[in-house]
Ligand binder design. Sequence first.
Ligand SMILES: Cc1cc2nc3c(=O)[nH]c(=O)nc-3n(C[C@H](O)[C@H](O)[C@H](O)COP(=O)(O)OP(=O)(O)OC[C@H]3O[C@@H](n4cnc5c(N)ncnc54)[C@H](O)[C@@H]3O)c2cc1C
Length: 391
Amino acid sequence: MTARMPDPLFPLTEEEEALLALTHQVCRREIVPARAELDETGRFPTAILAKFREVGLFAGMFETEYGGLGLSPLMPFRIVETIAQYCLGVATTFGASTTLAALPIKCGGTDAQKQKYLPALASGEKLGALAVTEPDAGSDVLNLSTTAVKSGDSYILNGVKQWITNAGQADIYCIFAGTGSKGGISCFIVEKETPGLSFGQLENKLGIRCSHTRQVVLQDVVVPAENLIGLKPNRGLLHLLQTLARSRASVAALSVGVAAGAYQEAVKYTRQREQFGQKIIRFQAVQHLLADMLVKIETARALAYRAALYAVQQYPAANTFSAMAKQYASEIAMQVTTDAVQLHGGYGYSKEYPVEKMFRDAKILAIYEGTNQMLKNQIGDHIVRTAAQIE
Ligand SMILES: Cc1cc2nc3c(=O)[nH]c(=O)nc-3n(C[C@H](O)[C@H](O)[C@H](O)COP(=O)(O)OP(=O)(O)OC[C@H]3O[C@@H](n4cnc5c(N)ncnc54)[C@H](O)[C@@H]3O)c2cc1C
């Protein structure tokens, strides 16, 4: 066996290579035999998350000061990409806690808030969720009806949040609410057991069915003012934008993972399926389809990693690059999973092969954390803003 050459563009340390190899191993052992049943029943992947905890995947997503492994900036993106290769439902559950919910605290929290909440997320002992969307405020995300009214040393929160990943399962909720007369918003850390916090029915979804999605209902929920992220009101938009710059790059990585998983299934299948007396991978039309899939995956991966590094380093155009990466990668994930079904013929249309699930799962990538139409609006704004620089 020849030793693997390190990738000169995105190098990893030996420890990081080993952790990614371990991630593949754990996913093959824990996810592959369970994913069809998790999809069918919508059962939450508790045992798989426990295994992730045990092997240090939660810690791999965090800096050392919070009990994490302090890996290189790209590693959290590569970990979620790897998990998504096997099951986007599990990867969404994991990412919603380790990325989406952790980021407002990482980006805007005080030292005390970081020390209180991030180590529990980094150990995987507690799960997190982020709640911004409402029944009438999806793409129009600043049009929030949820309110947080100051009362002594506390805020009182009222409202309903819609489509919240990990709702009901999570222990720690980052909840966005209106705090200003001029439409200002703020983010609050709310613990699960807080009186007045409750959860809706489990949503019965097309895909990512083991990722639990519910409403979060807030009825006179009293939150100590010390749980207002950054302690200053009306800074929620800044925290949300900083969060999305990184989390959208992470969704791009999830998209690359799903596409890579479907591509690998397609290669495996076309290598063993015979028609007209030969393996179907020998047909040029099949090779061309596989070639298109591979080129799309590699292009999306390069853009996703670039966006990820820009986001971590707070490069000025990071938000635009994250939008581009998520929009492109989610589109190719849908195309590649569709082609993977095609290459399986009739078998691809049945639950006997995992590409059927991957195809259903992939659809969410162009919807959550900003629809692709909204991302194109954002990219369009960037084009207009910078148009004068073109001579
Ligand atoms: C499975 C799942 C998990 C989710 N997890 C979370 C979570 O953890 N936390 C959270 O806060 N939210 C979460 N969401 C919410 C998600 O981010 C929203 O669903 C998404 O932002 C779209 O909002 P909407 O569903 O209200 O659609 P709408 O905003 O009603 O959009 C409907 C359609 O209109 C288009 N549209 C709307 N406005 C414009 C415009 N100005 N220009 C062009 N097109 C437009 C949209 O692109 C879309 O095609 C989740 C959603 C799902 C389905």
